[in-house]
Ligand binder design. Sequence first.
Ligand code: SF4
Length: 354
Amino acid sequence: MPVELLGKSVQELRELLVSLGEPAYRGPQIYRALYTERRFDFAAMTNLPAALRARLTEEARITLPRIVRRFPSIDGSIRYLFSIGGDDGKPAQIEAVFMPKEGRQTICISTQAGCAVDCHFCLTAQLGLIRNLTPGEIVGQVLMALEENREQLAPQTNVVLMGQGEPLLNYDATMAAVRILLDPKGVALAPRHVTLSTSGIVPGIERLGQEKIRPSLAISLNASSDEQRDALMPINRKYPLACRNFPLRPREYFTMEYVLLGGVNDSPEDARRVVRLLAHLRTKVNLIPWNPGNLPYRAPTADSIEAFKTILLEKGVPAFVRYSRGQDVFAACGQLALIETVNLSSGAPIVNLP
Ligand code: SF4
């Protein structure tokens, strides 16, 4: 079986090349070709001798996520339904989103297929955990999205680990991928441009705090009290939110993600409780109005969104309203894979895909 190269660190590639009887410096050359130059065909790695390229074609492989469908939105974002696995990994479908904006693009990627964390407002939760992604499958989503949009790339790339899955429950693979993304000799993204979003897995947050090189941290708060959070995110009963000891860098903020669910957690009293909860923490809050979908929640009104934001701002808590991009193409995370799963298992479409 050819050895998989995508997802390997520079050190792993060095060791692999030495084990093949090649000079160690061929490892960094392949690393650069893969992650900086995005060359996925050995024939195109012209910095390698022809004999080595021919040998790698026989003995190694570079497996990118395969695009099942692209869903272009009228707002310019593109959702990708990828298929992964097959030869030596359980087949699964995952999602990523490419979101262009003036001067930058943001790519939202998955770290697991499905998810074991049972957040009640999330469609991915309905899939359950299918499996963890490998480092190559995680970093491959970024490389594919960049390559697909090569002609329109802006100078800055942001990556958010907010697609399917709980990144801190696939810690080692996620961090292996993040190190490649943040390595100046790899994909070369800035640490403040890569954000890991967690439902609040406390041991993972503590471990992340010890990393020398790490992404920014976003915590999915979504509630103004423990009781409310217990009801929306049962994981809260195991890990009540604790991030006071996280070693923030100078000028770094926690990002708190707060999905506003109409009539559930969007009242002025909720906003005042959030202010008290976050007192003394260096945080900014992203308010994300709920996207009406297949779950029994409703969108907040424009007035309640504005009132919530105003209360936070008046009390000195930086707050921003973030609307999900690509609402016309199933913006909710997990929606595409869920549709495909239902289609595959029932043979009947539950919605008309565009
Ligand atoms: S919101 Fe995130 S952690 Fe919660 S079920 Fe969905 S994918 Fe998992």
